[in-house]
Design a protein around this ligand. Structure first.
Ligand SMILES: Nc1ncnc2c1ncn2[C@@H]1O[C@H](COP(=O)(O)OP(=O)(O)OP(=O)(O)O)[C@@H](O)[C@H]1O
Length: 277
């Protein structure tokens, strides 16, 4: 379990990049959304122990991650966008680094590399951007850490690789694992997520499971604007709306509509209040 307790962070010469973030994040795959500069990478770095909170805490199983206890560091892996992977080949990189992670599963690495069509003896510096990214993702997933933080994992991947990545994650995630995926392209993995985190100008507006969200609000499409809707968008003559879920209306989550609503100053407060009450 990851817990954020009134977590704050400011870069030396900047405004606060994260303001009073509080949340409890259990197992499952979470989508992390926010505009450019909203604080997503900052939050992932705090969760990985790569940054120290200005105040507040980020806890893993009750331990402050900022203490960087080896037993906690072995449970967390952060894969950034464009991260350098020193070593000539994946095999060589794994020999140098994977030993730090007791949960590393070499069979899973071989399996994922095989499914992506990557030879572990292939030189990393000769790989295309997308192939290198797939090799890095294969390594990250095969570490089987309790927490896996993926910053823009779909960057550089072709359409079939994105589909395959989604399948591999679904097949391999265990109940104890939390995977947080920061991405600007939700539709790449739209059936993958169990939860949602939304940042806006350093404020964590939403940190909920999809089930919790759908228990509070419903997503409807109608030929007339629904009365009392929390947010409405008109698309191709229809009204796509977010409404309060008073009963047990069963709808699918529309991440793009919810995100647009949360970025809309008129709709934001009511929806955030409803989701967090
Ligand atoms: N090293 C740094 N020094 C100073 N300010 C920084 C630094 N890194 C980020 N910031 C600032 O902190 C804020 C949050 O940045 P962050 O990189 O966390 O956003 P982000 O949501 O990941 O953005 P993007 O979607 O563009 O990757 C921004 O205002 C950014 O300018």
């Amino acid at each position: 379990m990851l817990e954020l307790r009134r977590l704050k962070f400011a870069y030396r010469k900047g405004a606060e990049a994260l303001t009073n973030a509080s949340a409890s994040i259990g197992g499952g795959v979470y989508l992390l959304l926010g505009e450019n500069g909203a604080g997503k990478t900052t939050l992932l770095h705090l969760m990985a122990g790569l940054l120290y909170p200005g105040s507040g805490e980020c806890l893993l199983n009750g331990d402050p991650i900022a203490s960087r206890r080896p037993s906690d560091m072995q449970r967390i892996f952060f894969l950034g966008d464009n991260m350098p992977f020193p070593g000539r080949t994946i095999d060589e990189f794994v020999k140098m680094h994977a030993q730090f992670f007791p949960t590393f599963d070499p069979q899973l690495l071989a399996d994922i590399l095989g499914r992506f069509g990557i030879n572990p003896a292939e030189r990393l510096d000769g790989m295309s951007l997308g192939t290198r990214k797939k090799a890095q993702l294969a390594y990250a997933l095969s570490l089987r850490t309790q927490v896996l933080l993926l910053d823009e994992p779909a960057n550089g991947l072709d359409i079939s690789s994105k589909k395959l990545l989604q399948e591999i994650i679904v097949e391999n995630i265990t109940e104890e694992q939390t995977i947080i995926v920061s991405t600007h392209t939700v539709w790449d993995f739209k059936n993958l997520f169990d939860g949602l985190l939304v940042l806006n100008h350093g404020q964590l507006l939403v940190a909920s499971t999809v089930d919790e969200i759908l228990g509070r609000i419903a997503f409807v499409s109608a030929s007339e604007p629904p009365v009392g809707a929390l947010y409405i968008e008109r698309v191709a003559g229809r009204f796509n709306a977010i409404v309060k879920n008073d009963g047990d209306t069963d709808t699918d989550i529309d991440y793009v509509l919810l995100y647009s609503a949360l970025m809309n100053a008129d709709a934001r407060d009511n929806i955030v209040k409803l989701l967090n009450d």
